[in-house]
Design a protein around this ligand. Structure first.
Ligand code: HEM
Length: 402
């Protein structure tokens, strides 16, 4: 039997550049079964798995004694009620209620605020060398979603501080586990207290913000419980911030490494929307997710036993040569991009319209306002997480602003 190309996902070399390992997975004919786990990398297989009602999202199996001993209830409790980690019927109800608040109109209302914020962040960039992540790509999404939720400007710093450990926990950071869990739990506790107080205030004094809309969200008698409101407000805050940061960071890196594509995009700004889709495909901010078989089931020719884990390599599916001609080539004019970067099916990213809007405005402004932008001559370092692909720093030489 030929050996199977199983990627070593916790290895920093794989995290730095997963694409050679993906090519091996994609060269294999169909999914791979290895020690009770299914590995899916091909576009049609990943898409079929994401659509399959018999595959559910995974719950954490944590020892109750450990949770009590270390005081982890706040983060475990929040995770349990986040729509991302629930299955029908809870998922259908939660997603329905949150979607009523997080509407395309609510997102579109943010356009002016995002444009203003982007301009201000670019204005604050001086000539010389900067790190685009800390100066631009990180502050933008967290400020946008916190503003949308209705968090006052004075509390933004606290929100940024709380979001980081929770995002690391949700994404399954490879940093020392216990430390991430403790910091995430402390942050979740403080954030939950904040949201409880603020949502009560909104019931008496409604505003135009998302927290007011969530507080009012009800479907027949089916209201969001306090735990659910808090958990999903936290999810909205953290789901969008590292991911969108990585879209801007990975996207700008890809463009700067492909100067012809960058020049073409500068000459044809109408391509920006398509370019953002191609950047999402080419170096996806979310590379990986997983599911568990809720019962015995069949996908294509394969029988999957109840309880088996199914690993879904979104980043590989987006480079599948059976789906995309020249998949490893960046082409901002590529037609029919329809990638899986926002997943597919029941858990398709609820924040996709917001992420797209932010990325178009952000990347458009950077190209327009900073014509001499270039990669600085410094080595790149990727964050140590195989699910969320992003740079620790993106050192750029800025040149003169326009
Ligand atoms: C480039 C940026 C983003 C990317 C690549 C991304 C990607 C994803 C992916 C792959 C999933 C599905 C995960 C799975 O099925 O296991 C997801 C779900 C989700 N995303 Fe995003 N996301 C981004 C931005 C955002 C933003 C800005 C928000 C909100 C402010 C958001 C909110 C959510 C929510 C609430 C879910 C859960 C949906 C559900 O379970 O039904 N995301 N996202």
């Amino acid at each position: 039997m030929t050996s199977q190309p199983i990627p070593d996902m916790w290895n920093q070399q794989f995290i730095d550049d997963p694409y050679p390992a993906y090519r091996q997975l994609l060269a294999h004919d169909g999914p791979i079964y290895h020690e009770g786990v299914w590995l899916y990398a091909h576009y049609t297989d990943v898409q079929a798995a994401l659509r399959h009602a018999g595959l559910g999202t995974t719950q954490l199996d944590v020892d109750a004694e450990l949770v009590a001993q270390y005081g982890l209830e706040p983060i475990i409790n929040a995770r349990r009620h986040m729509m991302l980690f629930t299955n029908p019927p809870d998922h259908t109800r939660l997603r329905g209620l949150v979607s009523r608040a997080f509407t395309p109109r609510a997102v579109d209302r943010m356009r002016g605020t995002i444009e203003q914020l982007v301009m201000q962040l670019v204005d604050d960039i001086d000539a010389g060398n900067i790190d685009l992540i800390s100066r631009f790509a990180y502050p933008l999404p967290v400020t946008v979603i916190a503003t949308m939720l209705g968090v006052p400007t004075d509390d933004l710093d606290r929100f940024r501080r709380w979001s980081q450990p929770i995002a690391a926990f949700i994404a399954g950071s490879t940093d020392t586990e216990s430390d991430v869990w403790l910091r995430a739990s402390d942050a979740a506790k403080e954030m939950a207290e904040y949201f409880v107080v603020e949502s009560r205030r909104r019931r008496d004094n409604p505003g135009e913000d998302l927290l007011t809309a969530l507080s009012q969200a009800e479907e027949g008698d089916d209201q969001l419980s306090t735990d659910e409101l808090v958990a999903n407000a936290i999810l909205l805050l953290v789901a969008g911030h590292e991911t969108t940061t990585n879209l801007i960071g990975n996207g700008m890196l890809a463009l700067l490494q492909h100067p012809h594509q960058l020049a073409h995009l500068r000459q044809h700004p109408a391509l920006l929307g398509n370019a953002v889709e191609e950047l999402l495909r080419y170096d996806s901010p979310v590379q990986y997710t997983e599911r568990v078989a809720l019962h015995d089931l069949t996908i294509g020719d394969h029988r999957i036993a109840a309880g088996a884990t199914v690993q879904l390599f979104l980043g590989a599916a987006n480079r599948d040569p059976q789906r995309y001609p020249d998949p490893d080539t960046l082409d901002v004019q590529r037609t029919d991009v329809r990638h899986l970067a926002f997943a597919h099916g029941a858990h398709f990213c609820l924040g996709a319209p917001l992420a797209r809007l932010e990325a178009r405005i952000a990347i458009g402004a950077l190209l327009d306002r900073l014509p001499q932008l270039a990669l600085a001559d410094e080595p790149l370092a990727w964050r140590s997480n195989f699910a969320l692909r992003g740079l620790r720093r993106l050192p750029l030489a800025i040149g003169q602003q326009q």
